[in-house]
Design a protein around this ligand. Structure first.
Ligand code: SF4
Length: 381
């Protein structure tokens, strides 16, 4: 009982959404949209018996089409959108002299933990919605008219490494006139189970691409899946917005945490400003960092927190053979995808620019505030 009510990531009370997803796929009056989190491409093959080299991103897309989804989008695109909003929010935050640090808020396990155990910091969470919520809200906004004309409903499914995302998707405030931003969340394990249920021969699938226009992403979006990635991606773009030039830095060596100081930090100079940043993953490490902030022993401008050790690659919805080694191996997959990507900065994603032109105008615009931001203080825990 204690654990079940206190588990911050919701891992122990996970609800299975497979039935709802199957019903939506079978309903001709429903337009089904699926999106896949960065961390899935590093792990989905483990549950269907594919070697890491066989379990490619292209085959994962084909596997989702084989299940019958109408649109297959990439949560990495949502991550680029989150970066555009959050990097600008951070700049405004610093210029506006708001209380430091600003905390990342894309991990609902962390948001829930902060609200329950460190409510004094809850007002300092970034208001930017997490990538899959942004992508869900955007997909619904883009498809809304077409669906209404055809008398259809839109059903958005997120495949996530995470059980806390199930709780997040159900937060009533994360919605618009088109309904909840995300209607159902499947974990990597549930996705793999569906593939086995439908007898999809994954090894024989062709390589396919994500659908446009929410399928192009950058390396910055991809590294969201590992600890330190959100911070690094946000600062790559914040530095560009402030100086007009792409920076070439890596924020922190996230393997450098020690039992004495279980988080990593660094001071970076951007546009003449000294910015102190810190990164923690795992809730025990997070508590140590927050206690240090509370006592004044540490102070930072921007802090990234991920509830799961190693970040989402080690999330509670990933194939179960989890240990630290595997989280590192999966993080290495994401780092090599980032390294190999021709686009490594969210602001250089041409589809992101096109989306702002078509829908949001510019980061932090009125429309963006309405669909892409939230106030976590209003959420029920
Ligand atoms: Fe979910 Fe990732 Fe947070 Fe873990 S670190 S609770 S997988 S969002």
């Amino acid at each position: 009982g204690q654990c079940i009510t206190h588990c911050p990531t919701g891992a122990l009370t996970a609800r299975d959404d497979t039935g709802n997803v199957l019903a939506a796929l079978a309903d001709p009056q429903t337009i089904t949209v699926v999106q896949v989190a960065p961390a899935i491409r590093s792990a989905w093959g483990e549950g269907v018996g594919l070697a890491r080299e066989q379990a490619t991103q292209g085959r994962m897309v084909a596997a989702l089409r084989a299940l019958g989804f109408d649109y297959v989008f990439d949560t990495d695109f949502g991550a680029d959108l989150t970066i555009m909003e959050e990097a600008n929010e951070f700049i405004e935050w610093v210029k506006g002299g708001k209380p430091r640090p600003m905390f990342t808020s894309c991990c609902p396990g962390w948001v829930r933990f902060a609200k329950l155990h460190y409510p004094q910091f809850a007002a300092q969470l970034s208001s930017s919605k997490s990538p899959h919520q942004m992508l869900g809200a955007t997909a619904k906004a883009l498809l809304f008219e077409q669906a209404a004309e055809q008398g259809k409903r839109i059903f958005v499914v997120s495949v996530m490494p995470c059980v806390a995302k199930k709780y997040e998707a159900g937060v009533p405030q994360l919605s618009s006139e088109a309904g909840q931003d995300v209607d159902a969340v499947l974990t990597t394990r549930e996705f793999d189970r569906m593939l086995r249920m439908f007898n999809v021969d994954c090894a024989a699938l062709p390589e396919q691409k994500f659908d446009d226009p929410l399928g192009t992403s950058t390396g910055a979006g991809t590294i969201f899946g590992r600890t330190g990635g959100v911070m690094e991606a946000a600062l790559r773009s914040a530095a560009f917005f402030l100086t007009g030039e792409n920076p070439d830095f890596s924020t922190c060596d996230t393997t450098a945490a020690t039992p004495d100081k279980p988080w990593v930090d660094k001071t970076l100079e951007i546009a003449g400003m000294q910015l102190r940043i810190a990164i923690a993953s795992g809730l025990e490490n997070t508590s140590a960092l927050l206690d240090a902030l509370e006592s004044g022993e540490a102070s930072y401008d921007f802090v990234e927190i991920m509830a799961c050790p190693g970040g989402c690659v080690g999330g509670g919805g990933q194939p179960i053979a989890f240990n630290q080694e595997l989280a590192r191996e999966r993080a290495a997959v994401l780092n090599s995808l980032d390294g190999a990507d021709v686009l490594r900065y969210s602001h250089e994603n041409p589809d992101i620019a096109a989306l702002y032109e078509r829908l949001y105008e510019h980061p932090l615009s009125e429309k963006a505030e309405k669909l892409l931001h939230t106030d976590q203080l209003t959420w029920d825990i």
